[in-house]
Design a protein around this ligand. Structure first.
Ligand code: PMV
Length: 364
């Protein structure tokens, strides 16, 4: 599908207004997206586990505009309170997508959003937030275009979410989502995420992700700036090539449940992401001393115990500890005994692989 396929046919009927609510999860990349072209087109393909507990719930209320003004009109509430500093991001997003969802000009909107994870935990809410908002918008569009099918609904929600925050396009469905064109993955697209189309061994079905909150403050360098620094980066081309190769290698690893090689790719991807940051110009470091302490302890523990536990990192200092269901007790014990001391105020979040976003029905 191309971008043009997401332009709607003229709407069949306009309602006066209504209200929709969606809950969308966060996701954690195994092969990382870092570097982009115009319009949030990724410089390389990526794949992620959709999460379950870390999620954003968004309600969009819409009311037909009284006057015939052409601009966009919306209010934003975050955890029940007006949030002016989030508005520019939403405004940019709406301006980017209005050609694809032209009903945005017809209504006054109120967007109410809240996260399941604590405010300022250092966990990015842009993926779950943009996914939940996009699903609400698609729900409204579906009411204006009643014969829209479910496949298209999800694809366009992912397409819109990508235009809000790239990785958000991987937060619509579960449980393994791939985004970005790859020569060996049929139907892969730069425009939206797809469900991973190949065999996945049951060992990955109930995977756990315990998120260690090492540093809850704001990052010194945003993802937007980080992506941008991949332009002209001396190692960029090799890195993009490596992501293609790692995705290809994952095919047999995921099918066979080959945890040893899974761990090698996932940890290498995390460290490569941070290496790109450290070798950008200007260079920067998002890991903290505790991030490194945790990584070293995981390596030591894995070597001694043979428990297949590994880490990955986002664009921040927090550590995602990944492990299969079969070693859950041992892993939690190790995390509590050895790793929690490295978390800010001892805080961590127990999450796991999830099945994707869901609609929340109005309680009437
Ligand atoms: O979606 P963005 O622009 O916030 O970029 C996210 C990039 C990483 O989280 C570091 C990697 C990824 O693939 O999710």
């Amino acid at each position: 599908m191309t971008e043009k396929d997401f332009l709607p046919a003229p709407y069949q009927h306009f309602s006066d207004g209504g209200k929709v609510t969606w809950k969308a999860p966060s996701n954690i990349a195994l092969v990382k997206y870092w570097g982009k072209l115009a319009d949030q087109i990724p410089a390389n393909p990526s794949i992620s586990f959709t999460l379950d507990a870390c999620a954003t719930t968004t309600t969009v209320s819409y009311q037909k505009k009284e006057s015939n003004t052409d601009g966009l009109s919306f209010d934003l509430l975050f955890e029940g309170k007006p949030k002016e500093d989030f508005k520019p991001k939403i405004e940019t997003f709406f301006n980017r997508i209005v050609g694809y969802v032209p009903f945005l000009k017809e209504y006054d909107f109120t967007i109410e959003t809240s996260n399941s994870f604590p405010h300022s935990s250092g966990i990015a809410s842009s993926a779950s937030g943009m996914a939940a908002l996009s699903l609400c918008l698609m729900d409204i569009e579906k009411q204006l275009t009643p014969n829209m099918d479910d496949q298209f609904f999800k694809k366009k929600a992912s397409f819109l979410a990508r235009l809000g925050s790239g990785s958000a396009c991987r937060s619509i469905e579960g449980d393994l989502i791939q985004w970005g064109e790859h020569s060996k993955i049929p139907n892969s697209s730069n425009f939206y995420g797809i469900k991973y189309p190949f065999e996945v061994n049951p060992v990955f079905k109930n995977y756990h992700d315990t998120i260690l909150l090492v540093h809850k403050g704001q990052k010194q360098v945003s993802s937007t700036v980080g992506h941008d620094l991949m332009h002209g980066h001396p190692y960029a081309e090799n890195r993009f090539q490596q992501a293609h190769e790692n995705l290809h290698k994952l095919k047999s690893i995921l099918a066979e449940g080959d945890l040893e090689n899974f761990i090698k790719i996932v940890e290498s991807e995390a460290l490569t992401l941070h290496t790109m940051m450290m070798t950008s110009m200007p260079y920067f470091i998002l890991m903290k001393p505790d991030t490194l302490e945790i990584i070293n302890k995981i390596w030591e523990y894995r070597k001694e115990s043979k428990v297949p536990i590994c880490f990955t990192l986002d664009a921040g200092a927090n550590v995602h500890v990944l492990y299969p269901e079969s070693v859950k007790e041992k892993a939690i014990q190790f995390i509590q005994n050895e790793l929690v001391v490295h978390c800010e105020k001892g805080h961590y979040i127990c999450d796991r692989i999830g099945i994707g976003a869901k609609k929340i029905m109005d309680k009437k």
